[in-house]
Write a protein that binds this ligand. Structure first.
Ligand SMILES: [Zn+2]
Length: 231
């Protein structure tokens, strides 16, 4: 049995059973389709009417939970061409994984049966910059948030490699999320949840998929390739 499990683990290096959730992958493809419409100037702005809101009074069934930065340049519904009731969005400065973040996402997973959690960082993130260059005057609460972001970053980024830090941040935040939630680890391991990291470039408006995080915090690229407008 151990040999079989080991062989499976090795053979699935690019498509690991522990990070495979068919429903989550399907919803990730749905998000990517909306993002491609946005990139191509073909946004449909679905589910944006008062009628849709009335329909949702009885309950919500979002397709994904998204942890992103509070930055005004990261309007999640616009980036994925989504509307009312489509996305369960948690935002704070630096898409940091605090206890409130974990609790909010657990609600989305447990109560709303969301099969996909996307952790999305972005180019030029002020909170990540503060984490790498903590020389300014920060309030105690902001200092705590920035320290949370700094924990996962490579020390090399503290010497000025901000582009690397911007890209590391969503992966580290997703790992922190997996580490901090038994519910999330269990759902990933049982194939009920996909946790994916992504990076949003401001200058191109494009989202790059960085890979899925398994229950052991390993990153597995490959569920979606880099956004391809022709696809
Ligand atoms: Zn930011």
């Amino acid at each position: 049995m151990q040999t079989s499990a080991a062989a499976m683990s090795q053979s699935s290096a690019h498509d690991p059973q522990s990070a495979r959730c068919p429903r989550g992958i399907s919803h990730l493809q749905h998000l990517d389709a909306g993002h491609q419409r946005f990139l191509n100037g073909q946004s449909q702005h679905p589910h944006a009417t008062n009628e849709r809101l009335k329909h949702l009074v009885q309950g919500q069934h979002p397709v994904a939970a998204i942890l992103s930065c509070a930055d005004s340049r990261v309007p999640v519904e616009l980036l994925f061409d989504a509307g009312f009731g489509d996305l369960f969005v948690v935002r704070n400065a630096g898409n940091a994984c605090t206890s409130a973040t974990i609790a909010s996402l657990e609600y989305g997973i447990q109560a709303l049966d969301v099969p996909l959690v996307l952790v999305m960082g972005h180019e030029g993130c002020g909170a990540v910059t503060a984490a790498c260059q903590p020389h300014g005057t920060l309030t105690p609460e902001l200092h705590a948030l920035v320290s949370c972001i700094r924990q996962g970053l490579d020390e090399a980024t503290f010497n000025g490699d901000l582009p690397a830090a911007f890209r590391q941040n969503p992966i580290q935040s997703a790992r922190h999320l997996v580490r901090g939630s038994a519910l999330i680890r269990e759902r990933i391991a049982s194939g009920q949840l996909l946790v994916e990291a992504a990076y949003y470039t401001l200058r191109h408006g494009e989202i790059e998929w960085l890979g899925a995080i398994d229950a052991n915090e390993a990153v597995h690229p490959g569920h979606l390739r880099r956004s391809d407008p022709s696809g």
